[in-house]
Design a binder for this molecule. Structure first.
Ligand code: GLN
Length: 251
């Protein structure tokens, strides 16, 4: 399982968001405090962020542990963005080890991260792959369970489905086919949307200012609110809404 985080608000640097918090995503790479599956997240990492005037987010992804990238600490001080998504990876066995499988995945202006795994990968996931067209399979971003989930979600987003409905429907679709843990996280630079399905998630809203959504709190300060398991969350700096993810209600 990975740890992931998304932020919307006044421009900040990845250093402020990921590295400086005492229990931030950087440290969660080797010492997560609340992770339910796996112990460390050293199979790669990635950041994605939005640049003003460009709907296509920028990514920086590596297949090494986040602390093993000598250049990241400098880079993280130089970037500033109002919208950022980042993840540290603990690879599902049998998936690609290269940076193609490091979140965030990207498409249709969205950034995507998956904290979780498809049980019995890859054989048990074969029925899910059959839901994809040959073209979608050929374009799979990586040989990875998360890439398969992203392809299923992405087609819904590309079709214009509302993101909360698209996330709920994707979780339902995947869970109907195979045992899975499905904490999904996306942003388009204006809205953060996430699911909880098997692991922890928190949000911290500074109303009218900023919002953080993260697998676990980056500090012991106030304001971190746990998100119940099996929920869909929608967040902007102006509001956070959480509703139960009811598999029987989704299409
Ligand atoms: N299953 C994914 C991967 O292998 C997600 C990471 C995780 O939560 N372990 O990259």
């Amino acid at each position: 399982m990975c740890r992931h985080l998304a932020y919307l608000g006044p421009a900040v640097s990845p250093a402020e968001l990921l590295i400086e918090p005492p229990y931030g995503l950087y440290r969660q790479s080797w010492a997560p405090r609340l992770q339910r599956h796996g112990t460390v997240n050293v199979d790669g990492f990635g950041l994605g962020w939005y640049v003003e005037g460009d709907p296509q987010p920028v990514r920086y992804r590596r297949a090494v542990p986040i602390w093993a990238d000598e250049n990241l600490t400098d880079l993280a001080r130089a970037i500033r963005s109002t919208a950022l998504l980042a993840a540290v990876r603990s690879a599902t066995p049998g998936t690609s080890a290269d940076e193609s499988a490091a979140a965030p995945y990207r498409g249709e202006g969205w950034l995507f991260s998956h904290n979780g795994a498809l049980g019995g990968w890859p054989s048990a996931a074969a029925p899910l792959a059959e839901l994809l067209t040959p073209g979608e399979l050929l374009e799979l971003a990586a040989r990875c369970d998360s890439a398969l989930i992203w392809a299923l979600l992405r087609r819904r987003l590309a079709a214009g489905e509302e993101v909360g409905c698209a996330l709920a429907a994707t979780v339902t679709e995947v869970a109907a086919h195979t045992e899975a843990r499905l904490n999904l996280l996306v942003t388009d630079g204006h809205l953060i949307a996430a699911t909880t399905w098997g692991d922890t998630l928190f949000h911290r809203l500074e109303l009218g200012h900023s919002v953080l959504v993260a697998s676990e709190p980056g500090d012991d300060g106030p304001g971190w609110i746990p998100v119940p398991d099996r929920s869909v969350l929608l967040a902007t700096p102006d509001a956070v809404t959480i509703r139960p993810l009811d598999p029987s209600a989704a299409p």
